[in-house]
Design a protein around this ligand. Structure first.
Ligand code: HPA
Length: 268
């Protein structure tokens, strides 16, 4: 079965449960799965039951696809994502966005936990991603699959929707450039200096592949980063994965409010 056929198989399975696709889908990143708690009228699908869907191996990344009402708005929430560092391919990592696109999603918002390079940011902040630098050394469009469903050479000038960014600005969010490394080791202080010199404000291990695929499939995309820690070498503290999950989990309430205001303005 081709990759394309696998995506269609997953899409057909989901369509059997979620009969009306809302315009917006959101991915909840590390420790941020609590976003689903305030949704009502939920249809919850287990990732493991969806044909070909990659399931996460990381604690805090329960794989669920949830359609329902989030503070008055119909959305699809992907609870948990799979990461390249788990050993998945770029095609696996972006499988969910492919399926969402085939379901008819028009807008995609990624959320993630990230480290801060910019000294104006601190743990607990939510930053609107304005652009990215791909230090992952791979690209989800690499390969020879079915180019009829995406642009082979998507423009990335407006990869992070200017309309989304304007809304985030109106909500008083700071914005920053996200540098993606593969992980799962945290970056070295030298890597963080390099990323800083390259113009990065925040650093993480996800999101970039998803944003590339969303753009290639004509979906309006954006990302919000929850700052879990200062990046390696910035404040000299040692980093732990647990700390990232703990801090991210504490930001969920704030993130929820921002997302709800974001959707209100999106629909105005
Ligand atoms: N680096 C990479 N990914 C991260 C970090 C970090 O410092 N914090 C949370 N996710």
């Amino acid at each position: 079965m081709s990759y394309y056929e696998k995506v269609i198989e997953a899409k057909n399975y989901i369509s059997g449960f979620i009969t009306k696709t809302p315009p917006l889908a959101i991915t909840a990143g590390s420790g941020l799965g609590g976003l689903a708690e305030n949704m009502t009228d939920k249809i919850i699908l287990d990732a493991e039951k969806i044909p070909n869907w990659p399931s996460s191996t990381v604690a805090g990344h329960a794989g669920k696809i949830i359609a329902g009402n989030f503070k008055g708005h119909e959305i699809i929430l992907l609870q948990g994502r799979v990461h390249y560092y788990e050993g998945y391919s770029m095609q696996d990592v972006t499988f969910p966005v492919r399926v969402l696109a085939m379901l008819g999603i028009k807008q995609y918002l990624a959320t993630n936990a990230a480290g801060a390079i910019n000294l104006n940011f601190k743990a607990g902040d939510i930053i609107a991603v304005s652009d990215h630098i791909n230090f992952m050394g791979d690209n989800p469009l690499r390969g020879n699959d079915n180019f009829s469903w995406n642009d082979r050479y998507p423009d990335m000038t407006y990869a992070y929707s200017p309309r989304f960014l304007k809304i985030f600005e109106s909500l008083n969010l700071k914005k920053g450039v996200y540098a993606a490394f593969i992980g799962p080791s945290f970056e070295t202080p030298a890597e963080i200096r390099m990323a800083k010199n390259a113009g990065a404000d925040i650093v993480g291990m996800s999101t970039v592949p998803e944003i590339i695929i969303a753009n290639s499939m004509g979906i309006e995309a954006g990302a919000l980063s929850c700052i879990a820690n200062m990046a390696a070498g910035i404040d000299g503290r040692k980093l732990t994965g647990q700390e990232v999950f703990d801090v991210a989990a504490k930001i969920t309430g704030k993130l929820e409010n921002i997302i709800s205001e974001f959707i209100n303005k999106l629909e105005e």
